[in-house]
Design a protein around this ligand. Structure first.
Ligand code: TXE
Length: 479
């Protein structure tokens, strides 16, 4: 069986402990390869390599670093078809989705930061009284990038690109559920001329490999995307060594739909924001708040269109949804559907596994599910389900919608649907979320700050925010 090893100092090394984890294809439920199960010793080796590579990489001009990032993007672009197939096999998402979203976005991540770094420099302040102040933005050294399984290469590269382009050396850890394209990225980086030791990729479980990264005294910062509970554990571990932290965590995002919206555009977008990637995107809207006069017509149309969604083999172009990432995650989502019923909710569509015949008969597929009849305070409407499950909630007034939207511990994103632009801006101003879309969803200019409030995270990624995160300001004053 194929084995994925750690990528350390430009070489593929077996884990020191010699053990491997099974990697499953979610669409079939079968193991198709193994990935290194790493621990502290492997992380130590990677940090040693990164520390040796750092001085030269930090001194490399930003023009040269930017060129290498563009070469990495070219490498991803050249292998788009193959990478999309790998991503789909690893994660369960349709190949067409990985081909149109995940892999192109990974390529764009490298291009955007390759360009952004060219404009990135510290301020200068000069005055008679306080002299000439020049702010240097220096790389931190060795940094850790820990990413999840829902958008594997997309989120891994979203962290790695700004880290290396600012002159840091990286210890990256993809999710143990989806290690495959991260491993391919190591090869593509090497081919693109990234010096050995600048990017090191460690595979393995969070509690061993991930914890060894967050604990390591020579790692200066951690950029993490994943669950809120994991984010809390990482904060605790990282605090005593004063590591910089960027945490992108969960969400329970509201879609606020007013009766005066463009119904067709809203409906088409709400279907996507509910069920794209099987609902496994932190930005998916899982609480759909609908103004009462529109509630019944929204509900009827939404049910009808949801029932028409095709759930099937990720290899098929007509599969709109495919498998969820793992058996454990399948069970978690099904448990939440059971909980919704116990809490008094009515299942309007879905609510069951999807039976797929043939190659995928043992895969982890769930029908897109709509729940109605639950108040905002119940667990179904408070906890992140992270699957193809949404809840419909009616509201009477703007104030009530805002109250409901803010009534969770999360604050990642929201979308607001209305033709009244003043109302849209007014409501946006009152929603506790880091990312707000008016009459659209998932429109992302990568130069804008991205991240959440409350338990959805700490700090912002994207554009200059990411470049600042991976650098440290030093003010040099002369008078
Ligand atoms: O993610 P984890 P899980 C949410 C979603 C999901 C829940 C749990 O609700 O159901 O989180 O998912 C690494 N120290 N999101 O358990 O564990 C782990 O190996 C250091 C939201 O699969 O957070 C992986 O690389 N690292 C989300 C990464 O953390 C640790 C995306 C994410 O895994 C670690 C994914 C530790 N102690 C899940 N424990 C989003 N915000 O997009 C785990 N890891």
């Amino acid at each position: 069986m194929e084995r994925i090893n750690n990528f350390i100092n430009g070489e593929w090394l077996e884990p020191v402990g010699g053990t491997y984890l099974d990697v499953f294809e979610p669409a079939t439920g079968k193991v198709y390869c193994e990935a290194a199960s790493s621990g502290k010793e492997d992380v130590d080796l990677a940090v040693q390599a990164a520390k040796i590579a750092f001085p030269e990489w930090a001194e490399t001009s930003k023009e040269s670093r930017s060129e290498i990032l563009h070469a990495i993007a070219d490498g991803i672009e050249a292998e788009l078809d193959q990478l999309a197939e790998y991503e789909s096999r690893d994660n369960g998402k349709p190949i067409w989705l990985a081909h149109s979203v995940d892999i192109p976005r990974a390529m764009t991540n490298f291009r955007v930061f390759a360009d952004a770094v060219m404009e990135f420099k510290g301020d200068t302040f000069s005055s008679e009284e306080f002299g000439e102040n020049t702010i240097h933005l220096n790389p931190l050294g060795v940094v850790g990038c820990i990413s999840p399984w829902n958008l594997p290469l997309y989120l891994f590269s979203w962290k790695i690109a700004p880290a290396i382009v600012t002159g840091n050396c990286v210890i990256g850890k993809p999710s143990e559920l989806t290690p495959y394209t991260a491993n391919e990225l190591g090869r593509i980086c090497k081919q693109a001329g990234l010096p050995d030791g600048v990017l090191n990729i460690i595979h393995g479980e969070g509690k061993f490999a991930g914890a060894a990264i967050t604990e390591h005294p020579d790692i200066k910062a951690i950029s993490f995307t994943g669950g809120t509970e994991t984010g809390k554990a990482i904060s605790k571990t990282a605090a005593p060594s004063f590591k910089k932290l960027s945490l992108e965590l969960g969400g329970k995002n509201p879609n606020i739909i007013f009766a005066d919206c463009d119904f067709e555009k809203m409906m088409e977008t709400t279907l996507r924001s509910s069920f794209s990637n099987q609902g496994q995107i932190c930005l998916c809207g899982s609480r759909i708040l609908i103004e009462k006069p529109l509630f019944n017509s929204f509900k009827d149309e939404f049910i009808q269109r949801t029932k028409q969604l095709e759930v099937g083999d990720p290899k098929r172009d007509d599969s709109q949804l495919s498998a969820v990432v793992s058996e454990a995650h399948f069970n978690k989502i099904m448990k939440y559907i059971g909980l919704a019923k116990k809490e008094g909710g009515t299942i309007l569509a879905g609510g069951t596994p999807a039976e797929i015949n043939g190659r995928c008969e043992n895969g982890w597929f769930i029908q897109p599910t709509i729940i109605e009849g639950l108040g905002v305070d119940c667990r179904t409407n408070q906890e992140e389900i992270f699957g193809p499950v949404v809840s419909l909630i009616p509201f009477e007034s703007e104030a009530e919608a805002i109250g409901m939207a803010n009534a969770t511990d999360y604050g990642l994103s929201a979308s607001i649907w209305t033709d009244d632009s003043e109302k849209a801006q007014r409501v946006a101003g009152k929603i506790d979320a880091g990312v707000i879309w008016l009459n659209c969803w998932m429109v992302r200019d990568l130069r804008t700050p991205f991240g959440g409030m409350k338990q959805s995270g700490l700090g912002r990624e994207g554009g200059v925010e990411a470049l600042r995160f991976f650098t440290e300001a030093k003010n040099v004053c002369i008078k």
